[in-house]
Write a protein that binds this ligand. Structure first.
Ligand SMILES: [Zn+2]
Length: 214
C-alpha cells in the first residue's frame, strides 16, 4: 500500500498549542470506515515527522523518546490528513492502518468491535456463520442455498421503489436492502466492507486494511 501513497508533505492549517510538557494529543481515525483507532501524543518533532513522512510518529511519555508507529510491529499508519480542533490543542490524524492499531493485537485500542455501524453490522453477520439456521435468520441467509439471500435483495429493492417517495417507510426498506446486500455478499464469500473500499477509492483514498490480509 505504501508504494501508492502520495509522498508530498502535509501542511497543518493553524498553529498547534502544545501543553506545558510540549505535547499535544493525537486521535488517530481510520480514514475509510471512520473507526477511532488509538490516542497517542506528539511533540513538535513527532508532528513535523508525521507531516513530512506521512507516516504517524509519536512521543512516548513512558520511554521519553520519539517512535514511529509500526516501526517494530509493521502495523504502520499511513497519514492522509492532520487537522487541529477548534481550540488548536488536539489533533485528528486521518490514517490508513497497515494492521491492528493496538499493541494487544486488537483493531483499535477500544477493541475489535468498536467500529462504526456498518463495520459492526458486517461483524455481526459474520458472527452468525455456522449458527443454527433454525434459530438464526442470518445463518439461513448465509446458507448453501443462494436463492434466499438473492431473492431478499431483489424483493427489498423493489419495496424501496414501491414505497411512498420520501417516506419513513422508504428509508426502512432501504435499510433492509443494505442489510440483505451485506448478507448476500458475505454469503458469496466477499467481505461486505469492500464496498466501503470501492467508495473510498472513488474519493481518492486507498483501500481499507482488511483483517484477512494481515
Ligand atoms: Zn492500544
Amino acid at each position: 500500500m505504501s508504494e501508492t501513497q502520495p509522498t508530498d508533505a502535509l501542511t497543518l492549517s493553524g498553529t498547534p498549542r502544545f501543553d506545558d510538557d510540549g505535547l499535544i494529543p493525537a486521535i488517530c481515525q481510520d480514514a475509510v470506515d471512520g473507526s477511532v483507532l488509538m490516542l497517542a501524543w506528539m511533540n513538535v518533532d513527532a508532528l513535523e515527522r508525521t507531516l513530512t513522512t506521512r507516516r504517524a510518529w509519536f512521543w512516548s511519555r513512558s520511554r521519553a523518546e520519539l517512535w514511529e508507529k509500526g516501526a517494530t510491529s509493521g502495523n504502520a499508519l499511513a497519514v492522509h490528513d492532520v487537522r487541529l480542533d477548534c481550540d488548536q490543542d488536539a489533533l485528528l490524524v486521518m490514517v490508513s492502518p497497515a494492521g491492528p492499531s493496538c499493541h494487544t493485537g486488537a483493531r483499535t485500542c477500544w477493541g475489535d468491535d468498536a467500529g462504526p455501524l456498518l463495520t459492526r453490522l458486517a461483524g455481526t453477520i459474520e458472527s452468525r456463520r455456522g449458527a443454527d439456521p433454525e434459530t438464526s435468520y442470518v445463518a439461513r441467509l448465509l446458507g448453501a442455498d443462494r436463492s434466499l439471500a438473492a431473492s431478499k435483495v431483489a424483493e427489498e429493492s423493489a419495496e424501496v421503489l414501491d414505497a411512498v417517495p420520501g417516506s419513513d417507510h422508504q428509508v426502512e426498506e432501504a435499510a433492509d436492502v443494505l442489510f440483505h446486500l451485506f448478507a448476500l455478499l458475505a454469503r458469496d464469500g466477499v467481505d461486505p466492507l469492500r464496498v466501503l473500499d470501492v467508495l473510498a477509492q472513488r474519493e481518492g483514498l486507498p483501500p481499507r486494511w482488511l483483517r484477512d490480509d494481515a
